[in-house]
Ligand binder design. Structure first.
Ligand SMILES: *[C@@H]1O[C@H](CO)[C@@H](O)[C@H](O)[C@H]1NC(C)=O
Ligand SMILES: *[C@@H]1O[C@H](CO)[C@@H](O)[C@H](O)[C@H]1NC(C)=O
Ligand SMILES: *[C@@H]1O[C@H](CO)[C@@H](O)[C@H](O)[C@H]1NC(C)=O
Ligand SMILES: *[C@@H]1O[C@H](CO)[C@@H](O)[C@H](O)[C@H]1NC(C)=O
Ligand SMILES: *[C@@H]1O[C@H](CO)[C@@H](O)[C@H](O)[C@H]1NC(C)=O
Ligand SMILES: *[C@@H]1O[C@H](CO)[C@@H](O)[C@H](O)[C@H]1NC(C)=O
Ligand SMILES: *[C@@H]1O[C@H](CO)[C@@H](O)[C@H](O)[C@H]1NC(C)=O
Length: 526
């Protein structure tokens, strides 16, 4: 240190002697008024000879006014900083808590450019300094301590430049507003730890971090709970919003039905009986459905039975059976969801459109196909063969639409019912409305007339050509056989199927030129 002090002394002794009397004036006045002494050039040259490390020695020729001004600032600043003996040494710039003059001194670039080599400590803390990092300080590359804490400095800190300050051991940048740039310089962190950067903006704020951690700690479980609640809602109320793989195929919830029917609106109500409401609904996937709602309360046992029945019904799959899509089972309501078929039943069809013979046979064929399917695959499923409960869709394809699981009816009863249906379709008469004694009266009437007066028995509106008479007569005979419950006279379902399909084939072929050949089989049924 000795040579540096000596140089410093040398630097000031020559410069200060000439203006020591005037230094009481303010620094700005001094800078404006004072001129370098005539021998200033020589003084500097001599100084550089003694100590070439002095900062102005590098820049020759000397900028005499600027170097001189820097000596004026240095002398003021040394005094302001209460250095013990400014003539001999200037070890410390202490402008702590001097917000009025600290910015002024910082603004003297020429001073920092020639920063005196003796300065080892710079303290500019607690001055509300604004703006970016005062980079001029890096000119004082020999300093060992730098305190810029408690200011309002902002923007980036030039971390790289700290490598210039090789002797710096104390640094405090705490309590500023620097922008949080990632300090990747590990060299910097080997020298200084986080206690130099408290609340400087350079490190992630611990309080902010704690708030984030708390939010995360609270938020994560809340998120999970919300997700679970959401999933539960979906599962129990609206499973139709779940991905298809997660949906249970046939189970519907009351909320789904409510959504499908606009909240069970009157507009969607198709029919209402005691305890049963039939709604037209639109599912989320665009399927139109018929929703049969049962509001009545039932015992737990009956509910279980209901579900078991539904499980069977959804398995039924045939072109002549209405497709049961699923069910809803709830304490308040039970419901069966069935594909929507526009409401035309055979009864309406017969009376409104007086269909030709060929179409009637086709419909009978379809009904038989459905019956055979149920007979073979689902013998425990019963069905209703009333003309009012068999539906028709576009292509005159019949649909059996009412089922009963666990049906006690024998197949003999089913064949009897088919017989009635068949005769009704040929005659377009309603046994229970038009005959005394209902079906028995109906049968009696047919028996009485069909042999001699066939024309009066079959539907009068139907166009009757020769082969239609023959086939209708054969069909009436078959229908009567079906209704004959005396021992062993009733044909089996297979026999009925064969007979009707033969008639059906003949009908289909009759449109073709082979008419004559087929006429050879005339009277087969007799
Ligand atoms: C140095 O400071 C003292 C008071 O601390 C003052 O009396 C003196 O005039 C100052 N000298 C200069 C050169 O500013
Ligand atoms: C200072 O002195 C040197 C020689 O020592 C000379 O070359 C230079 O021109 C002088 N500068 C001024 C500004 O007079
Ligand atoms: C900062 O400076 C103000 C005056 O400007 C002073 O009251 C306060 O005590 C100082 N704080 C610190 C920590 O030095
Ligand atoms: C750091 O200190 C050493 C010895 O005290 C000195 O030799 C060296 O020049 C100093 N470094 C700077 C950049 O001033
Ligand atoms: C700080 O470092 C940058 C390069 O990293 C350099 O361009 C700049 O001049 C340096 N500033 C000072 C004051 O040394
Ligand atoms: C930080 O470094 C200083 C010395 O520079 C040391 O006194 C202090 O204990 C260190 N703090 C931590 C948290 O490492
Ligand atoms: C920097 O200053 C702050 C506030 O004055 C203080 O809490 C902290 O300990 C200081 N850091 C160091 C390394 O001295």
């Amino acid at each position: 240190m000795a040579p540096i002090s000596a140089t410093f002394l040398l630097f000031f002794s020559t410069a200060s002697i000439s203006f020591s009397l005037i230094l009481s004036a303010t620094i700005i006045e001094d800078l404006n008024n004072l001129q370098p002494p005539p021998d200033f050039n020589t003084t500097l040259t001599n100084n550089c000879l003694h100590n070439p490390s002095l900062r102005y020695c590098n820049a020759t020729p000397f900028n005499l006014p600027e170097i001189f001004k820097s000596t004026i600032v240095a002398s003021h600043l040394c005094n302001e900083s209460k250095n013990p003996n400014c003539v001999e040494s200037f070890p410390k710039i202490d402008l702590r808590s001097r917000p009025k003059i600290a910015p002024l001194y910082l603004s003297f670039n020429f001073f920092w450019k020639y920063c005196p080599l003796t300065i080892l400590t710079i303290d500019l803390s607690n001055n509300s300094l604004k703006g970016s990092f005062p980079s001029d300080i890096f000119h004082c590359s020999q300093i060992q301590a730098l305190d810029l804490s408690h200011n309002d400095l902002s923007e980036d800190v030039p971390i790289q430049n700290f490598s210039l300050l090789t002797n710096l051991t104390f640094l405090n940048l705490s309590y500023n507003h620097f922008s949080e740039s990632k300090i990747s310089d590990s060299q910097f962190f080997k020298r200084f730890n986080s206690s130099s950067l408290l609340h400087s903006g350079l490190l992630p704020d611990h309080r902010k971090f704690r708030i984030k951690a708390i939010l995360l700690l609270l938020g994560f479980p809340i998120l999970i709970i919300l997700t679970v609640v959401c999933l539960c809602w979906l599962c129990f109320w609206r499973p139709d919003f779940l991905p298809r793989v997660l949906q249970s195929k046939h189970k519907f919830t009351p909320s789904m039905l409510k959504a499908a029917t606009n909240g069970f609106s009157k507009k969607n109500l198709v029919n209402k009986n005691e305890g049963v409401g039939i709604y037209k609904g639109l599912l989320r996937d665009g399927t139109e459905v018929r929703i049969e709602m049962y509001w009545e309360q039932v015992s737990r046992n009956n509910r279980r039975k209901f579900i078991e029945e539904c499980k069977v019904l959804v398995e039924l799959c045939h072109k002549n059976l209405v497709q049961v899509l699923g069910w809803c089972d709830n304490r308040r309501l039970r419901s069966i969801i069935i594909e929507w078929v526009d409401e035309t039943n055979i009864e309406m069809w017969l009376s409104r459109s007086a269909p030709p013979w060929k179409q009637r046979v086709k419909v009978l064929m379809g009904i038989l196909e459905g019956m055979c399917y149920l007979h073979e695959e689902w013998p425990e499923v019963g069905y209703d063969l009333k003309t009012s409960s068999i539906l028709l869709y576009e292509d005159q394809e019949p649909l059996i639409s009412r089922f009963k699981v666990g049906d006690q009816n024998s197949s003999s009863k089913k064949i009897y019912r088919f017989g009635v249906l068949m005769l009704e379709m040929i005659t377009n008469r309603r046994p229970w409305e038009e005959f005394e004694g209902g079906e028995a009266g109906f049968v009696e009437w047919i028996r009485m007339y069909y042999l001699d007066n066939l024309e009066n028995v079959i539907d009068e509106r139907m166009k009757k050509t020769g082969h239609v008479f023959d086939q209708a007569a054969a069909s009436i005979e078959l229908g009567l056989k079906c209704m004959d419950l005396s021992n062993g006279r009733q044909p089996s379902l297979d026999q009925i199927f064969n007979n009707v399909s033969r008639i059906h084939n003949t009908c289909m072929a009759s449109a073709s030129p082979n008419l004559k050949r087929l006429h050879g089989h005339r009277g087969e049924g007799h």
